[in-house]
Ligand binder design. Structure first.
Ligand SMILES: [Zn+2]
Length: 234
């Protein structure tokens, strides 16, 4: 059994980018954990930030339950995620909480500043979580987790190296995404995006590339000591 751990910047990123794969891990009996760095409080036109943060916490929690994941929300401000000593320590403790074998996070090449900062913090913390003299709430890990980058938003500027066939879990991914009802409206209003069309187009494209109906694409961080000889993804 593996422990898989997805870490993303905003409450809906995991559902957009890797929820089909997380559902697959959970279905084969692996433990699955999610961490969301920010509270998502900027993601709406009409709902005020404090209220929106509450709503998005509930949406992310329901989405995690849909795929069988436990969730922790770090509550950093949306659009203002910075990598400093305090947030790096938060990330170290989040990794220790899940004690994962595999960490999935944003590509360093993704579109949003918060995604890039999250990716950089995870890269640093995934090694530092094993250093015992760095103290936090949970004990230090006894191994460095493998690190995998999930697809970028809209699959832009990202060539997958590993594909996961999510044909059987695509419906769960869609249900999990639709838990984020506040974002269905925001993305329509702000970005002219129909969220279901959006994930279907990406999943079909990644599926076409590897010969299945729906897939999610990933890259493995090929950086010592995060490499493993076995396949990391389900
Ligand atoms: Zn995001």
């Amino acid at each position: 059994m593996k422990t898989a751990f997805a870490i993303a910047a905003h409450p809906d990123d995991i559902e957009f980018l890797c929820a089909g794969t997380l559902a697959k891990y959970a279905q084969r009996g692996d433990e699955v954990f999610n961490v969301v760095c920010t509270n998502g409080d900027m993601g709406h036109v009409e709902i005020p930030p404090a209220e929106l943060a509450e709503i998005r916490t509930q949406e992310a929690t329901a989405a995690a339950e849909t795929v069988g994941a436990q969730i922790k929300l770090l509550g950093e401000p949306d659009e203002w995620l910075f990598h400093d000593k305090r947030t790096r320590l938060l990330m170290i403790d989040a990794i220790r909480w899940a004690n994962p074998d595999v960490i999935i996070t944003h590509s360093p090449a993704d579109y949003h500043a918060d995604h890039r900062v999250c990716s950089e913090m995870v890269f640093a913390a995934s090694f530092l979580s094993t250093v015992p003299h760095i103290e936090s709430e949970h004990p230090a890990q006894d191994h460095v987790a493998a690190l995998v980058y999930m697809d970028t938003v809209a699959a832009a500027n990202f060539i997958p190296e590993v594909y996961v066939d999510i044909t059987d879990t695509y419906e769960l991914k869609k249900q999990a995404l639709l838990c984020h009802q506040s974002q269905v409206k925001w993305l329509q209003d702000h970005d002219n995006i129909d969220v279901v069309d959006f994930i279907e187009a990406v999943a079909r494209t990644r599926g076409l590339q590897c010969g299945v109906k729906y897939a999610e694409g990933f890259q493995v961080a090929k950086i010592w000591p995060r490499l493993r000889p076995e396949r990391l993804l389900p």
